[in-house]
Design a protein around this ligand. Structure first.
Ligand code: FES
Ligand SMILES: [Fe+2]
Length: 355
């Protein structure tokens, strides 16, 4: 995660412990080790044994009186489990309560949330930006498999007319795309209409969740640390938590979320999310349509870019959110300017390439 290898093992109290995956003795991978004693992991090489805080509690091959006990340490990462998913605090500064960094619907029993995870071969920031950009009516215009769930017949505006940022908080921006264009428009440069044919598109779009779901005034949200949410309808949310693995790989968690009130709604929601939604939205749309154009070998995020009115949320996200990241805000007060340092490093790297 974030370029660091992490070893997980069961903690004493039923939680999950996370340590840097390198033994401080001679570097063996702790993830290849053994859980020989409650709440510990023992290195596969010489059996040095570490507890949940990363402290060596027994150096098995050094004997019971080893001076390393209580002294030798490996970095440990605080964890919390929500909806069966392990969240790891990777920050440089003190951890905050998990409720601050995980969307509220995942703590609310009214919402059924089913998580899916898979590795996407692309940079994590692109997975966020993709969630609220203007590709929808073009990239998702038609695939044969869309006949099966009737989305091939859904009306789509020919273009977007910009994006309205309607909310900015300490850790998020909320926005509403202007999607009231007709289905077809004439493009004089190519002397043709786009979309070419729309006669089969008779199904109205579902009402977006604006001002309905949890009284949020936005349809889309980008949120720190790496969350993108879409109110897909009055009761449905599409919540992505993009976990950077390394520069070109993202462990993409997608939570299909539905607000329910009765037991039979809950049952239906679980069934719908586990089967229909997973197959037709997460696999069928996100992984088979969105992912292929943005993979690291098909999209170059370092190429010069010309962002426009439909990219306003992306501009906001890129410019303002890094400054608001918790480590940046906290370390800024101590005189450490991590965003500026990163920008300087990037600039230096670009100049090197230029040279
Ligand atoms: S390398 Fe881990 S105990 Fe020696
Ligand atoms: Fe998409």
């Amino acid at each position: 995660m974030l370029g660091e290898d992490i070893a997980f093992f069961p903690g004493k109290d039923g939680g999950i412990a996370a340590l840097w995956d390198r033994c401080p003795h001679r570097g063996a991978y702790l993830s290849r080790g053994f859980c020989l004693f409650d709440g510990t992991v023992s290195c596969p090489y010489h059996g040095y044994t570490f507890d949940e805080t990363g402290t060596c509690v027994a150096a098995l091959t050094e004997g019971p009186d080893s001076g390393l006990n209580g002294k030798l340490r490996v970095r440990h990462y605080p964890t919390a489990v929500v909806r069966g998913v392990v969240f790891v605090w990777m920050g440089e500064t003190e951890p905050v309560p998990i409720e601050e960094d995980v969307p509220e619907e995942l703590f609310d029993p009214e919402y059924v949330a089913v998580p899916y995870a898979s590795i996407w071969p692309m940079n994590w920031t692109l997975t966020i930006e993709n969630s609220g950009d203007s590709h929808n009516s073009y990239l998702h215009r038609f695939r044969l498999r869309r006949l099966i769930n009737f989305s091939a017949f859904q009306q789509l505006p020919a273009y977007w007319s910009g994006i309205r940022i309607v909310e900015e908080t300490d850790n998020s921006i909320g926005f509403v795309p202007a999607v009231d264009a007709p289905q077809q428009a004439y493009y004089p440069g190519v002397e043709a209409k786009w979309s070419r044919q729309v006669w089969w598109r008779w199904r109205k779009q579902r009402k977006p969740g604006v001002e309905t779901m949890a009284k949020q005034p936005y349809r889309n949200q980008y949120r720190l640390p790496s969350i993108a949410r879409v109110n897909t309808s009055i009761t449905h949310l599409h919540t992505r938590y993009a976990t950077p693995v390394d520069e070109n790989h993202t462990l993409m968690w997608t939570f299909g979320v539905i607000r329910t009130q009765t037991w039979w709604q809950k049952l239906w929601a679980k069934f719908y999310l586990r089967f229909w939604y997973y197959i037709f939205t997460i696999r069928g749309v996100n992984e088979l349509e969105d992912l292929p154009v943005q993979r690291y070998d098909r999209l170059d995020p370092t190429a010069p870019q010309k962002l426009g009115a439909n990219d306003q949320a992306i501009i906001y996200w890129r410019r303002r959110m890094p400054l608001k990241s918790r480590d940046n805000v906290r370390l800024w007060k101590k005189g450490v300017h991590i965003v500026e340092e990163m920008e300087a490093q990037e600039l230096a790297a670009q100049q090197e390439v230029g040279d």
